[in-house]
Design a protein around this ligand. Structure first.
Ligand code: DX5
Ligand code: ZN
Length: 218
């Protein structure tokens, strides 16, 4: 079944603990944690201290999406705070292989993210080493943006690359996911969906999550 990872970027930051309980009870699988530094992306959110504070509120998998320059400087802090996976943008670091290796050495999963304009060719050499590839379907920095339709083809190409490698690598899609775009990306090969405004903005969160999970994986 599709893994649903609600983004707490759209949650009420004044009561994050309860907001996480709410998605857990509604059937979410992972918590998607958007970390922004105001340098790589034109917005600021929070860092490892906030992750550490929300960790005791749930046993759900913490998927930490680092939209920061020099992510290698923060691996230890996020691991100590309770991250289960750290996802770094290929655009943000010079020694990607070393970074992925170091995340794994800390005993957690490692993923790479690609901005909409970054080619899949940039991850060809790292693909054998990662647990997940995150295809950004909006430009990172803000919730509630419109899905970029050409990313569907990019997801299908990534699916082909992974099939050729004969490895299990999650394909995650982040940005503008709703009931319609979810179907398109799942049909192209995605198996982990991030959704912020669609889930936290829903009247009935349980129904919204069930809707995203209702499409069969390919
Ligand atoms: C954008 C973030 C996303 C964002 C998605 O930079 O990485 O995780 O929260 O929000 P929606 O689902 O509203 O597009
Ligand atoms: Zn994200």
């Amino acid at each position: 079944m599709t893994i649903i990872a609600p983004s707490i970027l759209s949650a009420d930051f004044s009561r994050l603990g309860e907001e996480i309980k709410r998605i857990e009870e509604a059937g979410a699988d992972w918590v998607h944690i958007d970390v922004m530094d105001g340098r790589f992306v034109p917005n600021l959110t929070f860092g490892a201290p906030v992750v550490k504070k929300i960790r005791p509120h749930t046993k759900m998998f913490f998927d930490c999406h680092l939209m920061v320059e020099n992510p290698e400087n923060y691996v230890e802090d996020f691991v100590a705070a309770g991250a289960d996976m750290i996802v770094v943008h290929v655009e943000t670091t010079k020694h990607l292989h070393r970074l992925i290796q170091s995340i794994h050495e800390h005993g957690i999963k490692a993923g790479v993210a690609l901005n909409p304009a970054t080619s899949l060719s940039t991850i060809e050499e790292i693909l054998p080493y990662v647990d997940m590839v995150l295809i950004m379907s909006v430009n990172p920095g803000f919730g509630g943006q419109q899905f970029i339709a050409t990313m569907v083809k990019k997801i299908a190409c990534l699916k082909e690359m992974i099939t050729k490698l004969q490895r299990d690598v999650f394909i995650q899609v982040d940005g503008g996911i709703n009931a319609q775009t979810a179907k398109q990306v799942i049909d192209a090969g995605a198996n982990v969906l991030v959704a912020g405004s669609f889930i936290y903005g829903a009247q009935d969160i349980k129904k919204a999550i069930a809707e995203l999970k209702s499409y069969p994986l390919i």
